[in-house]
Structure formats: C-alpha cells, structure tokens
Design a protein around this ligand. Sequence first.
Ligand SMILES: [Zn+2]
Ligand SMILES: [Zn+2]
Ligand SMILES: [Zn+2]
Ligand SMILES: [Zn+2]
Ligand SMILES: [Zn+2]
Ligand SMILES: [Zn+2]
Length: 515
Amino acid sequence: MNSCNVCQAETKNKCSNCNQVAYCSVQHQKQDWKSHKSNCHPFRVAHNELLGRHLVATRNIKPYEIVLKEAPLMRGPAQISVPVCMGCLNAIEPNDHITCDKCGWPLCGPECPTLDEHKAECQLTEARGQKVNVQEFNGPHPLYTCVSTVRCLLLNETNPANAEKFQQLESLEQTRRGSNQWKADLASIGQFIPKFFRTQKFSEEEIMRAVGALQINGHEVPTSDPPHVAVFYTASFTENSCVPNLAKSFTKNGHCILWAPKAIKKGANLSICYSDAVWGTADRQRHLMQTKLFKCSCERCVDVTELGTYYSALKCEDRKCTGLLLPIKADDWNGCWRCRECQKQVQRKYVDGILERAGKDIQSMEKTAENGFKYLKHYEKWLPPQHYHLSEVKILQVQLIAKDQKELMVLPDEQLQLKLKYAKELIELYEILAPCEVRMLGTLCFELHSAIAEHTRRVALQSNLSPKEMLEESLLYVEKCVNYLQYESDIFVEGHILKQAKINRDALRMVIRIS
Ligand SMILES: [Zn+2]
Ligand SMILES: [Zn+2]
Ligand SMILES: [Zn+2]
Ligand SMILES: [Zn+2]
Ligand SMILES: [Zn+2]
Ligand SMILES: [Zn+2]
C-alpha cells in the first residue's frame, strides 16, 4: 500500500505515467497534476558508486514513446565557432548583419538581441568599457571560444533556477586538470576571460569548472547552422552505451526529445550514445576518452566482434584463409591482432596502414556512385562486407544511385538491385549495432521503400504476377521510416523526408486496399 500524494490515505492506485506517486482518487490526482506534472516521467533518478546518478525505467516503455522532453539550461556557440548571431546562433552574413548597441557583438537583425541568453556576455562586455569588434567572418573566430563559458558563469544572474541545476552537473575538473586539453582551455578561456573582460569576478577554478561541465555535459544541437552547444539537466543523467536504448531528437527551438525506438523493460537503465554509434569501437573509445574522460565497457565495447557484425574486423593477411583479424584482447585495440581462424598474428603497422588508407580515400573521394563502386571493389580485398569503411560508402551509394524519382525510373536494373541490396543490408546491420541512429535508419528505410516500389513497377510491367506482396514490403519500410523520423522537425532534411514518407504511405495503403 502507498499513501495518496494529497490526503495520505492508503491506496493501491499509482499515476500510470510515472508509476511513482499514488492517489486515492482521480479527483486528488487531478488536483495534484499542476505540481506533479514536471516530475512525471516513466523513470526515476537513481544513484550508485559506479554510475553516479543515472535513470531507471519505472514501468515498461512502449516503442516510439517519448521518455523526456526538456529545454536547455543554457546554450551558446560551440567552442570552435565561426562568428554567429548572439541571439539565434546562426552564422553571421558578413554583408548583412547588425551589432548589439550595447556590446558590439554581431546579431543577424534587430529581432535577435531580445533573447535572454545574450544578456550574459552583453553585460560583461558593457562593463569592460569597450565594445567588441568582429571583422573576420570566414573560419573559426577566437573570441567565440569563451562565450558559452561566460553564459554558464553568469547563469546565476540570467536564470538563477537553471544556475542551481548547472552547479550539480559533473565537471570532472580534477581528472581534466593538467591534460593537454585542459592547458589549451586554460589559455583560451581560463586566462582569457579575466584579461579580455577586465574582470576579477570569476576565479580560475570557477571558470575551469564551467569549461569542464560544458564539455562533459554539452550536446551538439543541429537546429542552428553551424550547430550550437546546449546543456540539458535531466538528460545529462542518462548513461552512455554504444548500443543505447534511447534516441535523441531536437525540436525546432532546440529542446531535446529522448525517446525509445524499441520497447524498454521496467527496471532497465536508460542510455544514449555519447559518441557516434556508426564509428568502429577503437574510434568510439578514443573519442569518449578524449571528450568525456572514460573508457566505455558497454556490451558492444567488450565484444570485439561488435555483436557478431565484425564491424571493425579485417580480412586475414593470408589470402587463402577465410578468417577475420581482430584484436587479441577486447580492451586493447592498439595491441596485437590475430586471425580467428588460422591464429596468425599481424603487426599493428599492417592494421593501421589499411585503415588509414581506407579512411583517407573516403575523405578525398569525389562522391559519385561510380567512385563508390570503385572504392568498394578495391577495399573488399582487405575488409569484410560489413566493415565500417565499406558500410559508410554503401550508405553513400544508397543515396547516390538514383538521387530522385526521375533517376530511379530510368536506372539500369543491375544498379536498382544493388541499391536494394545495400539498403537492406545496412538496415539489418544498424538495427543491431546502432538502433538509435534513427535519422540514418529512417532515411535508409525511405530509400529502400522507393527502390522496392520501383522494382515492383518493373515486375508488374513484364508479367501478370500480382505485385501485392512486394507492395506490402514497400509499405513496411515506409511505415518504418515514419516511425524512425516521427520526431524530426521540418527544419531538417529528415523532416522533409518524413512528410513525403507519410504521403507515400497513405498512397501505398490505398493501392494495396484496391489491388
Ligand atoms: Zn487522496
Ligand atoms: Zn506521474
Ligand atoms: Zn540571429
Ligand atoms: Zn549586447
Ligand atoms: Zn561502448
Ligand atoms: Zn587466417
């Protein structure tokens, strides 16, 4: 038995959304909703030695359910940024912008200075007694490096409630102290702020703590161009996993949405990927260590085969052997690699040589379908079909082989089959490896549904076969696409794909009904 949140009477009924507070009656639940609303989530914040604060599901969560929607505590320019508008954070047009009357920071137009966020650096610059004067607009501008830190430091003046929450976030200042990144930050931010703004308001320690909290908790938010950085409070308690159970999307105004692409069981820890789930394990681990200062030991990271996909494996050096090369120890990607079939070991130099060449060749490749085919043919000799470099090029190929409906209608059959094959294989691969990369999966599902539809059209032209089954397959993938992209705003490409996918889905349903 629990006691009612309002009258303390004993009751069995709990709020069905969060499963955490009890009510004796619908009446008392309604009465309490205003104050309960902001705490009503299908998870609770838990704490233990290993994970620190983390989130645990308090009930079964259904597929596609939103678990958390949250406004940022603060947001600002990325640490390395071209000059951006201090209001909307979009890049400044060199020939079409204004500057703030009070401080001189560039803004795109008169509507932008009213945003609260700008107050921090605006007041600090005003107090400095000299406006800033930004003249260079091409490329990163050193002045912008400190802006987000300034916004964190002055949160207690611009938004005291958010400042209190920001104080609770992890900064890992002790671990960071003395590292190369920390030293660079000290020069470009820690020592820069007092000197540039001519202020003794913040101690070096305070500034470096804010820098750390920003780096550890900052999310890249793509709602501006270039993307900006934002810190979210509750979302920051989700733990990292390279096969997470939550996907992250953003609303038009930069609020974050964490949602479940697959069902989540009551009691499970909620996770997002702090790195890029499309990268191989060695790259993800390096990135996590550099930016978030920890070594990931999720189920994907402790398994060299990456859940049986051999996503980072190389083919055996011995051409007659069909085995695959992988590190001998799962926690040492920089150590020795060995063929899992013939047991032959290879030197690091061999592994690094192939991976570096394959990576550089993708970067420098002019992105055409023809070049993609050449690349795949060449690197197949060293890399197994699901390797991350080959997969990256196959993702490109799915988009490059027939870029639109017109091209698709005249595409040679052989290439249509390849588009189908790549899209299908990639969806299968990433649903195992990166189930929360919803934008990529949604886009692949869209491409696949249209390739299937085109294939169906061709089959129907040539025979009397009823293509109903194939139409149903096309519908299946366009429905998947809508599910994956349902929270994407129409300011993103994916939001536009979503719109088209809904139109195609409805049309397909109609065709299937009458066929
Ligand atoms: Zn009651
Ligand atoms: Zn509730
Ligand atoms: Zn603006
Ligand atoms: Zn200003
Ligand atoms: Zn991991
Ligand atoms: Zn071998």
